[in-house]
Design a binder for this molecule. Structure first.
Ligand code: FES
Ligand SMILES: [Fe+2]
Length: 365
């Protein structure tokens, strides 16, 4: 398992950005959910009063109890969530959504100001819970992910997000995929004709068009994808071919060198009207096909050894540019421009054609 330091990415072990931490369905008001990301433990729950999701550091400042890993204490059995607050299972101190202790049942003295845990900025969007993680503690630099098609009746939403679990792979290996022009043929059976990367601020974009063994019909329209990393961890790919769809892939560091991965698909109905049962069945089938395609990448990541430097050749894609782009998230914000000035712009690997500005050219290709 290689760490951020082994890759020489930057000062911070974990990056700045929005990160998925849970499927919304798993976050309720009966009991908190124990989650671990960025080498930290958290308690995640839904406030009963506001219905809003709350993420607190897990360990109680009183005596260090993990507030989400208890089922036997009477506090836990009776329901530790009161309003938007959470009670610790050990001596029943209660913490608000802001992380401050607001009740100590047996003590009439004042609540010490230091009786608080860190409360993290969270946002629920498209059936997922996201946290803004920033080693410097700054405000979000961009919006949490949202697709307006999520609210349109002619798009079939994902129900649950496919949870692929945690792998002992550093997120760098996953982000490498955005520049990996040469893996499409061998891994996915796609005949890539057009391929380019663009780096722009916190966005890394891959535009690609070609035939595909499973996701585009033989002799039919090309599979056209535009994949955008909106920050270091959320990849949303617009795909047209068999169906118009968005692939949502999220990955979040668990410890330094391990990563949790999710995948799902938002699919436009075939005829464009409100989604029918038939559309939902077709979307489910297409989503499973896309998951199978993603599993092809996932299997490689799961068993490969870390690529700390790589041996890149002509035609490989802009890996080194991408790795420099990725450093902006592991270093102080003030250093961002240093990385961006090395990488911003469009990069086309040798032997590939740049993506045409006009989609009509693709249809004729
Ligand atoms: S350890 Fe949490 S209330 Fe005592
Ligand atoms: Fe891939």
């Amino acid at each position: 398992m290689a760490t951020t330091k082994d890759y020489g990415i930057g000062e911070f072990d974990f990056p700045r950005g929005w990160f998925m931490i849970a499927d919304s369905h798993d976050v309720g008001s009966d009991k908190p959910l124990a989650v671990r990301y960025f080498g930290r433990d958290f308690a995640l729950y839904r406030g009963k009063e506001s219905g809003k999701v709350v993420l607190l550091d897990a360990y109680c400042p009183h005596m260090g109890t993990h507030m989400a890993l208890n089922s036997t204490s009477y506090v836990a059995q009776d329901g530790p969530i009161e309003g938007d607050s959470l009670r610790c299972p050990y001596h029943a101190w209660r913490f608000g959504a802001d992380g401050k202790c607001n009740h100590i049942p047996y003590s009439s003295g004042p609540i010490p100001p230091a009786a608080k845990v860190r409360s993290w900025p969270v946002k629920e969007s498209m059936g997922a819970v996201f946290v803004w993680h920033d080693p410097e503690g700054g405000e979000p630099e961009w919006e949490a992910p949202f697709l307006s098609e999520w609210d349109e009746p002619n798009w079939v939403r994902w129900d649950r997000i496919d949870d692929l679990g945690t792998i002992n792979t550093h997120p760098q290996e996953i982000v490498d995929n955005i520049t990996d022009a040469a893996h499409f043929g061998p891994v996915h059976g796609s005949r890539t004709r057009y391929f380019e990367n663009e780096f722009k601020g916190h966005l890394a974009i891959q535009r690609m068009a070609g035939g595909h063994r499973t996701l585009a019909a033989e002799g039919g329209p090309l599979l056209v994808t535009e994949a955008i990393y909106n920050g270091p961890s959320i990849l949303i790919t617009r795909m047209s071919g068999l169906y118009d769809s968005y692939i949502f892939i999220a990955h979040t560091p668990v410890d330094d060198g391990s990563t949790h991965v999710w995948h799902s698909l938002l699919v436009k109905t075939a005829k464009g009207g409100a989604a029918t049962d038939e559309d939902r069945a077709a979307a489910k089938m297409f989503s499973d096909m896309a998951l199978a395609a993603f599993a092809q990448d996932f299997e490689v990541w799961k068993y490969k050894k870390p690529c700390l430097t790589g041996m890149f050749v002509q035609g490989d894609g802009a890996f080194l540019k991408q790795r420099a782009w990725y450093k902006q998230f592991y270093n102080p914000r003030a250093m961002k421009q240093e990385f961006l000035k090395q990488v911003e712009g469009i990069h086309v690997p040798r032997g590939m054609q740049a993506f045409p500005k006009d989609h009509a050219e693709l249809a004729a290709a």
